[in-house]
Ligand binder design. Structure first.
Ligand code: FAD
Length: 490
């Protein structure tokens, strides 16, 4: 008989799992509390401007192609590889472009920062080694099944672990490798790709730069929200029912430690299998009886959050590209504030993303859609004390580095705070990527993609294994679907 699956949350992980399972013959229903899908990967339309609300950088797009190729669909997912990945700006006026061509990038670092070209090439090579040695062990399988530790690739990964930078930090390794503090800052920045602190995260995390430089940085032709639209199309074509405006209130457990019902908007829906794409803290604190709570796992340090300004700008800035970073002067202080003081500094690093550089429909003629983001701590209470200050600091820094008066060009504005992120996606404290990777054991302290105490419960999304960010959420769905298939076959 066809098995039924209920998935809570139509974020990237939930949608990807629904597509995989529907293509394997399961009857899948997704419950989404919002009136739209995508969770953090949603969009905002404002007075003629379109903004991607959350993610702006796509890596490993082949994971989306894999989903497309599971079925014959009329829907195509089209994306382009970026020639220039990021434009970097430092307060002393230094500017450089990170090209996707590694040789050109190393040459640029050499000419602008007087760094040895070989140091850059060696660093990227080492990061590739980190990635290739650990990807099978940490990203493509469950870390919570003994059988996965007894294959050749895993044994090789374990034997090579002393060479994987687990006992150093990203910053220490970057400081050993480079002489110019600006180069160190540039490579330390990759810790922010999973909301971590480069002064604490193991050097292994330097592998994140490998994704951009060796595997490439991409943008869907219609912007990042096209990912959500595409996954919704695939899910619907595969027969998945997505129920919007359905807030799951509880998971009703039977005497056999199985979930019998998903309770949503007061109605009980029976399912053979249940999967959750919601933050594990919400799952255990609000949807399940407290006796099931894995206290240690849900108390792990969370990743950072973000404060975002969406600005419609009635001018074009030729110095800027799609991804732009305006660095702070004191990176160490910035991360101490983020993770220890739990408050943003007054000199934050600013990220500006402008999709209208590529997607011309995203802004009116002669205008640009600025997504201006600052890393901030995940929020422990429901108010943002620094909202006014952060805007002032961001405006001042942009004015000083770009030599402009940005206020006079802002024609429309909206914001997204950690509190908004939590309200809109239920992500604890508005953290962007689930747990931080500030500890060398972080990979082992993420929740598995299955529950060990509730027999028919599976977990996907940024707060569980293998972690946050679009590629890892897609991989969580791949691992969970394999676990479900293996168990159903038994
Ligand atoms: P989420 O997006 O967390 O969605 C969970 C869904 O569950 C939501 O739709 C929510 O409404 C629903 N839900 C919650 N509770 C319930 C309930 N009780 N009942 C029903 N539905 C419920 N990643 C990158 O790869 N690149 C980037 O450049 C990048 N930048 C980012 C910038 C920002 C500002 C943000 C916010 C995130 C960014 N990320 C980035 C991270 C990335 O967006 C996330 O890791 C990923 O989208 C999370 O997907 P998810 O599957 O965990 O689901």
């Amino acid at each position: 008989m066809t098995k039924t699956v209920g998935i809570i949350g139509a974020g990237i992980g939930g949608l990807a799992l629904s597509i995989r399972l529907a293509n394997l013959g399961f009857k899948v229903t997704v419950f989404e509390k919002n009136s739209y899908a995508g969770g953090k990967l949603s969009e905002l339309k404002l007075n003629g401007f379109r903004f991607d609300k959350g993610p702006s950088l796509l890596t490993m797009p082949f994971l989306i192609d894999e989903l497309t190729n599971l079925q014959s669909s009329k829907h195509k997912f089209e994306y382009q590889k970026l020639e220039v990945i990021t434009n970097y700006f430092y307060t002393d006026g230094t500017q450089l472009k990170a090209s996707s061509n590694i040789d050109d990038f190393a040459q640029e670092i050499h000419s602008k920062l007087d760094e040895k070209k070989e140091s850059v090439l060696k660093h990227i090579k080492r990061n590739e080694f980190y990635f290739k040695t650990t990807e099978d062990l940490f990203m493509k399988q469950s870390l919570h099944q003994i059988k996965n530790f007894i294959n050749l690739k895993t044994v090789k990964g374990i034997l090579l672990s002393p060479f994987l930078g687990l006992f150093s930090t990203m910053h220490k390794k970057n400081k050993q490798t480079f002489s110019n503090p600006k180069t160190i800052q540039l490579f330390n920045r990759y810790a922010t790709y999973n909301g971590s602190n480069p002064y604490k995260a193991p050097a292994l995390m330097n592998m994140i730069s490998h994704l951009e430089f060796n595997l490439g940085a991409y943008l869907p032709l219609k912007g990042m929200h096209q990912i959500t639209n595409h996954l919704v199309h695939l899910a619907e074509d595969a027969g998945v029912e997505i129920k919007y405006n359905e807030t799951v209130e509880a998971l009703e457990i039977g005497s056999n430690n199985r979930i019998n019902y998903i309770k949503s908007n007061g109605v009980n829906y029976p399912f053979d299998i249940v999967a959750s794409d919601v933050d594990i803290r919400v799952l255990y604190k609000h949807l399940l009886p407290c006796s099931f709570t894995p206290t240690k796992l849900i108390q792990q340090e969370k990743s950072s959050s973000a404060y975002v300004f969406y600005w419609g700008i009635n001018k074009e800035f030729s110095a800027l590209g799609l991804h732009n970073i305006l660095f702070s002067d004191d990176y160490k202080k910035e991360f101490d504030y983020l993770f220890s003081k739990q408050f943003p500094t007054d000199d934050p690093t600013i990220y500006i993303n402008i999709t209208s550089k590529y997607c011309k429909d995203d802004a009116p003629e002669g205008c640009e859609n600025w997504f201006v983001m600052v890393n901030v701590p995940h929020n422990k209470n429901s108010t943002i004390e620094y909202a006014i200050d952060i805007r002032k600091n961001v405006v001042e820094k942009i004015n000083s580095i770009l030599r402009t008066n940005i206020e006079q060009f802002i024609v429309t504005e909206s914001t997204l705070s950690p509190v908004d992120i939590e309200n809109q996606t239920s992500s604890y404290g508005g953290s962007l990527y689930g747990n931080s990777s500030n500890n060398k054991f972080a990979a082992f302290l993420r929740h598995a993609n299955f529950s060990s105490s509730i027999k028919n419960l599976y977990l996907v999304g940024g707060s569980v294994h293998p972690g946050g960010g679009i590629p890892l959420c897609l991989l969580s769905a791949k691992i969970a679907s394999q676990l479900i298939v293996d168990r159903v076959k038994k």
